[in-house]
Each structure stands twice: as structure tokens, then as C-alpha cells.
Ligand binder design. Sequence first.
Ligand code: AMP
Length: 278
Amino acid sequence: MKIVSTITEYKNARRQIGGSLGFVPTMGYLHEGHLSLVRRARSENDFTAASIFVNPSQFGPKEDFATYPRDPDKDLRLLEDEGTDLVFMPAPAEIYPEGYSTWVNVEKITERLEGAVRPGHFRGVATVVCKLFNIAEPTRAYFGQKDAQQVVVVSKMVADLNMNVEIVIVPTVRESDGLAMSSRNVYLDPQERQSALVLWKSLQRAKELWLGGERRADAIRSAMTAMIESEPSAGIEYISIARPDNLEEIEEIRSPVLVSLAVRFGKTRLIDNMMLEA
Ligand code: AMP
């Protein structure tokens, strides 16, 4: 496994790669969710590359950039064990040198959900993903369904800007009790970790209601709200039932919908989602 930290080194290594390249962008502190992306990339491509970069531009001024969990040595061991060929781990100044001034802004879909609560977040995401694609030159890039809106935003950017990369979406990997794996789960104290199960439980409840014939988004949202509010440490940021393509809220469920939510447990903010489709 080759590990590089500069764009020049990456480009040199990339030139040695013939055939297809699967690319997995991450912010590190890797878990099974990330590794499922790497495995999928490996199974579909001749070579596999990953990046580890905690992207400062996608964090708000009051968010956890400085304290975001990091363990590069462990990450590299895990990537090596998965058979990754190339790892790009740049310093912030390599990606945003002094005087950096170009930003990618995907309109409309970035204003809802995560974008409404985290202004500027998707500008940072779209910009770094665009830059990483230009640097990495992947055939395919792998993203987790866990970050459902990110998948929609990245896919829209790739389509709108005619980028030459195929976006592959990989299902959410969960702990055995249903909690979606996330690097931020380490912030949870034992009691919050227990409370956080309500995310998955409320999504299961939504599915149950829908399978039972409920088609009113409001009714499903109310049932989820009641369930989450019964957890004393949970603070709901949003519960959304929306069209998966443009993330517009819907009233009556007629075609596949994306149920997504963001909930705070103490200082930790968690997101999860589920598709309801026949
Ligand atoms: P992050 O390091 O949080 O930026 O995540 C890097 C990639 O891993 C993103 O495409 C995420 O959607 C994906 N990912 C994170 N958690 C999971 C999970 N539990 N299951 C599947 N993919 C995930």
C-alpha cells in the first residue's frame, strides 16, 4: 500500500495505475461502514484508493473540526488489511493553499435538511469532493447511504458539471443493535449511546406504519416525533419525509420516499435515514 500526502506524489502514483480505479473519500477514524465502501470498491475495480482528510471547509465555526476523532495509524492498518493500493492523506494547506478562492455551490438541494441546520456544509463537501476527484481521477467513487443528502448533492454535482466518474452508493452499516456506524458515535456516553437507538427504532416504526398502509407523511412524522421525544436526552433537529431526488418534503407517500432525521444527544449530533420503497 502506497501512502502519499502531496498532490504531486499522488499524481505520480496514479500514473502507474492502469485499468479502473475505485476511490473512497473519508475523514478517517475508520469503522466497518468505511471498510464496506473499500471492499465494494475493490470488488469492482482493478485498483483501490482512499483519502483521509478532515475537511475544514465543511465544518461550521461552532462545530467539531478541532475535536473530530483522528487515528491515522489505525486507519492505515485497516486500509492495508483491506488491500487498499493507494492512500492520499493531505494536510489542509495542500488542499487549501494560501489565497485559495474557488467554491462549488450546488443550489436548492443543499438548502434543505442538513444544509438548513449546517449552513455552508455542502459548499465545503462539494468543493472538497470536486477537488479530490480532480486529483484522484477515479473511475468510480464510493459513498455511504448513511449520508443520504451528501449522495444526492455529489450525484447532482457530477451530473451538472459532466464529471467523468461513476458514483456508487453503498448501504448503511449498523451496529448489531441497529445504531448506524459513525465516527462521531465515540462522543456518546453510555446513557446517550442507549438513547441513540431511538433513531433506528423510529425509522423501523416509520416502515411498520408504511407497510401497514399509512401514506400520510404527517402521521408517520408524528409517530416518530413522539417516540424520539420519549427519550429524555434526545433533541430533534429535523424529521423529513421527502422525494429522494430533490429532497422536497411530500404530504402523501405515493412513490419511494427518503425518511431522514437528525437528533442531538447531549453535544453529539447524529443522522440516519431509510428509504421506503416497494
Ligand atoms: P466520513 O468519514 O464520515 O466522511 O465518511 C466517509 C464515507 O463513509 C461517506 O461516504 C459516508 O457516507 C460513508 N459512511 C460513513 N458511515 C457509514 C456507515 N455506517 N455505513 C456506510 N457508509 C458509511
